[in-house]
Design a protein around this ligand. Structure first.
Ligand code: DNO
Length: 389
């Protein structure tokens, strides 16, 4: 396992020196100032790569080069955006950065309803409550057609929940859903969000899926020429929300993608927290099935309170995902390919040592430091005791 860490650039409250002291070798970053659809200039990429190198690490994975909404819908100026995307991939490759993560979720990137779920020890983590999301959709956003998307039990429970919530709690849910997290999308007001949702009218799963494959096949010649591995991040949560289509939530979705896009450079970011947000997904089985196509990993864990209600685990190794089995599968794949895969501890609790810092949600120092140490310990333990890895 190559030890990765997401760094948000100069505006990140965590310095490269601290990241290096965490044991990290591979920095995961991006030109976060660039908007979706823009070409990333070589000089800017070089500058960032040099900064990371000067700190004793390598910028090996981009998270993310965002895909413009026009490309997802295949409308408007999408051809120019695809051409720019290809140029960005070329420029990255010219600077030695050859693993690129992206997602194909319409309008919103990953979605949580609680950015500060408190654990018994006072540290906080990210949480998701499907009833809060439904309540926001039905009673705050008042999305036309929302009522059609929920069953009677969910609607009744969401109604009770919203009636009980104070304006402050309601705002907490709204902000968690609509606040663009760094490196994702811009903050949206409910009105803007509704407008964006409308632009997806008529784009169903089948259409979005076809658009994803068309995009991948458009960029494949560049991937092959430059040796870039492009790895899609799964939908999070891995089921439809706000009436939006979903195309990468399950093993079947990955299976279809690799069939439609046979290039060996088209692959997956194995994100246990996103896939794990559906009880039906088996993250270890998904890794094993698509091991050759996994170019980058996000390891974290979830604890379920009940179906549809979960928060991040207090330990990266314990929870929904069987992390020891997954680590073993990773080590076997690394041995098979003769190269290690970058794994980053995805998210971490906000601990006391983080409180004075203005960390991005989930991207604390303390919590991720613990997470990385746990993963590293697991790897060393498995290597010591499992013959053959
Ligand atoms: C959340 C992240 C996602 C991820 C993008 C990749 O913490 O895992 O925002 O970076 O979906 O495009």
């Amino acid at each position: 396992m190559k030890q990765g860490w997401r760094w948000y650039g100069e505006s990140d409250p965590i310095s490269l020196k601290e990241i290096r002291q965490a044991g990290v070798t591979d920095v995961v970053t991006a030109l976060y100032g660039r908007k979706p659809g823009e070409t990333w200039p070589v000089a800017e990429i070089r500058r960032l790569a040099k900064k990371v190198r000067d700190a004793g690490m390598t910028w090996s994975v981009v998270e993310s080069v965002p895909v413009h909404e026009d490309v997802k819908k295949r409308t408007g100026d999408f051809r120019r955006h695809v051409a720019n995307y290809r140029k960005t991939l070329e420029n990255l490759a010219a600077c030695g950065v050859k693993t690129v993560c992206y997602n194909f979720m319409p309008v919103l990137d990953w979605t949580r309803s609680d950015l500060a779920h408190e654990l018994p020890d006072g540290s906080t983590c990210l949480g998701y409550n499907a009833y809060e999301v439904a309540a926001f959709d039905l009673f705050a956003l008042k999305r036309p057609d929302a009522a059609k998307d929920y069953d009677a039990k969910t609607k009744a429970r969401a109604k009770r929940l919203w009636a009980k919530y104070s304006p402050k709690e309601r705002m907490r849910v709204q902000k968690a859903i609509l606040t663009g997290l760094p490196g994702t999308v811009d903050d949206l007001t409910p009105a803007q969000f509704l407008r964006e949702l409308k632009t997806y009218a008529g784009v169903d799963d089948a259409r979005l899926r076809a658009n994803l494959y068309a995009f991948l096949n458009d960029v494949t010649p560049t991937l092959e020429k430059c040796g870039v591995d492009l790895c899609i991040h799964p939908d999070d949560p891995p089921h439809p929300i706000f009436g939006l289509p979903r195309v990468l939530s399950t093993a079947a979705d990955v299976r279809r993608m690799v069939k439609a896009c046979p290039s060996k450079h088209v692959g997956l970011t194995l994100c246990t927290g996103s896939l794990g947000a559906s009880p039906e997904n088996d993250e270890v089985a998904i890794f094993r099935e698509f091991a050759e196509r996994v170019f980058f990993c996000h390891f974290r864990n979830l604890e379920y309170e009940e179906e549809g209600v979960f928060h991040e685990s207090r330990c990266h190794l314990v929870g929904k995902t069987n992390m020891p089995e997954l680590m073993l599968a990773l080590l076997r794949e690394e041995k098979r390919r003769g190269a290690d895969i970058v794994v980053r501890p995805d998210h971490g609790r906000l601990m006391e040592i983080d409180k004075r810092r203005n960390c991005y949600c989930g991207y604390s120092y303390g919590g991720r430091l613990v997470g990385l140490a746990e993963l590293r310990g697991l790897e060393i333990g498995l290597k010591a005791f499992s013959r053959g890895v």
